[in-house]
Design a protein around this ligand. Sequence first.
Ligand code: ADP
Ligand code: MG
Length: 339
Amino acid sequence: MSEVIRLLPDNIANQIAAGEVIQRPASVVKELIENAVDASSSKVELHIKDAGKTSIQIIDNGKGMSAMDAQMCFERHATSKIEAAADLFNLNTKGFRGEALASIAAIAHVELETIEKDQEVGTKIEIAGSKISLQEPCSRANGTSISVKNLFFNVPARRNFLKSDNVETKHIVEEFNRIALTHPEIAFTFSHNGNVIHNLESAGLRKRIVDLFGRNFNNKLVPIEENTDLVNLKGFIVKPEYSKKTRGEQYFFVNNRFFKDSYLHHAVVSGYDNLIAPKHFPSYFIYMDVPSETLDVNVHPTKTEVKFEDQRNIYSILRSTIKLALGKYNIAPSLDFER
Ligand code: ADP
Ligand code: MG
């Protein structure tokens, strides 16, 4: 018997892709908030029910979509963000794969309402299991609202593997924190089962950190800054005496994107030298800018890893910047006193 090769139908291909991009409710939150930010929103609302298992809604005041785009956005590899391979090395947006909405619509019930700036009529679409069941005009003031219900309704194995509400909520909070820290200039709200968890006004970085993690953070923070040809660094690290036994708030961003990097984490810790006790971790909020052609963000669909061309030099610059900042902080109290 000869084998027959077939192209998979779109709904199955989307469901397979969804397994990569959407692991849990927090993945939906990440993708949808990133889209809202990419749409130049100045305010983004996140509402979840039952840790996102029942529903996740994101409302933005961004540029919205035309009726045609609203339909297109659920197609796989449909993106308005890149056109050519070269664009991959000059990304100004969070998204670029055009996979998120197609994936989400393959494994959940999705309701989209959107209106373009200066238009009178918007578009409403309902889609589930990759099939559009309703498309009609709607009225709304501005921006886009997407609600995602019954996640994994047609992938029972995935649904059964979801953790407790507590654990899933923690993952969502973490995604929310990352994007809220990337964009302190954007106002964000976050509610869970109708209870407001955060109501963050547009702010500078220090205020955003304090609004997210509590007022006691205000006097824990030491600013860092360094500008070189390879990398510009800014942000805050905590004073050594506030390092913790548990992993605390460790945030790296590069070119407006959160990333994880154990090598650079080591650079930070070693910059503290023997100022912190063994097995203690400092919290940090470190923002890097590197020339976009020296950075590859196209490593994994969920994109928390990046590749730097100049990793080793960045390590040294980071480490010495931390040392310098802590040195200044150590003498700063007496300087303050003299003033
Ligand atoms: P990507 O973000 O990688 O382009 P997505 O599947 O997340 O892929 O989104 C597909 C497209 O839908 C985006 O490129 C954008 O044009 C449009 N889109 C999605 N969300 C929004 C939104 N909140 N506001 C305006 N346009 C959006
Ligand atoms: Mg996207």
